[in-house]
Write a protein that binds this ligand. Sequence first.
Ligand code: B12
Ligand code: SF4
Length: 448
Amino acid sequence: MRILLISPNTLVLPYPVYPIGLDYVAGGIAADHQVRIADMNVLSRADLEAMLRDFSPEIIGLSCRNIDNTDASDSLFFINEYRKLVVWLREHSKAVLVCGGSGFTIMPERVFAALGVDYGVIGEGERFGLLVEAIRQGLEPTQVSGVISALSSPATPAPWDGQQVRAFQRHASHLDFYLKHGGMLNLQTKRGCSFQCIYCPYPNIEGKRHRLIHPDEVARTAMELQAAGAKYLFITDSAFNSDMAHSLAVAKAFKAAGLAIPWGGFFAPRRLPADYFAIMADAGLRHVEFGTESMSEAMLATYRKPFGVEEVFAAHRQALDARLHVAHYFLLGGPGETPATVAESLDHIERLDKTVRFFFIGIRIYPGTALYDMAIEEGQITPATDMLAPVFYESEAIGRDAIAVLVKERAGTRNNWVIGSGGAGHAATAQKLHGRGYVGPLWEFLAR
Ligand code: B12
Ligand code: SF4
């Protein structure tokens, strides 16, 4: 069949992100079908129209990565734009429309209803191949587990245990865009997260158990991306070091394969082997993005983070000693946050040297998380509350605005204390520097 996969994500904050999910969706079907990718970071509507005319797809897969930007200080909501695209696609094509992606999987029924597509695939895109086969054979698509339609809304299926194939196309027309805007491509080394932080939907998106990609396979893909022109790789794992042994094996495989470009990823600031970051740095790691969330001991316990304040300081020091660029992400305003816990966090955060601090104030409540249950118990929401447009948790003892005042007071004129991901100003600066040939996330220019 002729299948068109569309990435409608044109958000440039904090920078444009290569649509890696569609490489995996394509990988599941490319052997048996004709597949094309349309990336709306690159194509105009006129280009898309021409593509629909020339290729005449029978099925269109739409990737819904982002519902919103989860930033209460500067909230953006993307579903209305995607809805308009679906209406436009209906006017220009007779194809069956299917949606999937991480944003979709967080709230499949709501996104499905809001977009008005024919089917949705909850969870991993590898199941898209089964849906395509059902359509080809004239079978009922909802017999495939995880497929949602107007008449059927199944639960999230078990994590995919079949083959995962990334169909990275070295000559794909959209590749050049990312190579010219920061030189950054991305890479997955495993799926799943075994921790249970109260606010986090990642285990619902990727599964609660780690499924590891063999280190040699990860290194082979990294070399392929490098050969295609990548100047930097971002590892998309929820937390690269949530399986310490695997992350070390991947680093070793990068080195053995001769990977020459720098890379970065998310890390949990948990207890680490003494030489952990030295080994990582030796294998090319350049940027460490710590999902620290708070530096109040009580709040870290409430969030069920797998580390305490001392571990954060130790991991931070180890990363700096390995001469890495370090950023910390904070999530303030959760259950039990008070002026005192904010002050405790800020006092500790103050002591983190040579770093950039990104503050997200207000936690987006996602169905299927412990925070969602708490918010219902506290009467902040009811089971009938629509969670599609972002709803943020409110701490009883301190509101978001009051937290923002405390953070801003503490930050003063320092520009390495950033609220949200930095907004349009930061994106514009990154764009300018990327245009001059700088590569990677570039937040290190703020670190001091
Ligand atoms: C890595 C990551 C980042 C990195 C990306 C770096 C890079 N160069 O790639 C950084 C830090 C830059 C980032 C930024 C942002 N992110 Co982010 N990010 C992630 C993360 C952890 C992994 C995404 C990923 O690449 N996964 C690997 C690929 C292979 O998986 P995938 O894309 O999900 O695709 C699979 C399936 O979803 C499915 N699929 C995908 N498309 C389709 C299409 C069809 C038709 C089908 C059937 C299936 C399908 O198949 C694929 C294979 O199984 C997710 C959380 C998570 N664990 O999913 C959040 C996540 C996607 N991010 C999110 C958000 C909000 C953002 C930001 C807006 C945050 C901000 N304010 O800055 C920005 C937006 C950036 C942009 N321009 O789009 C949210 C989106 C949910 C929401 N509320 O909308 C998520 C889910 C995290 C969360 N809060 O829950 N992010
Ligand atoms: S916040 Fe990070 S460590 Fe915690 S459950 Fe989510 S992905 Fe896992």
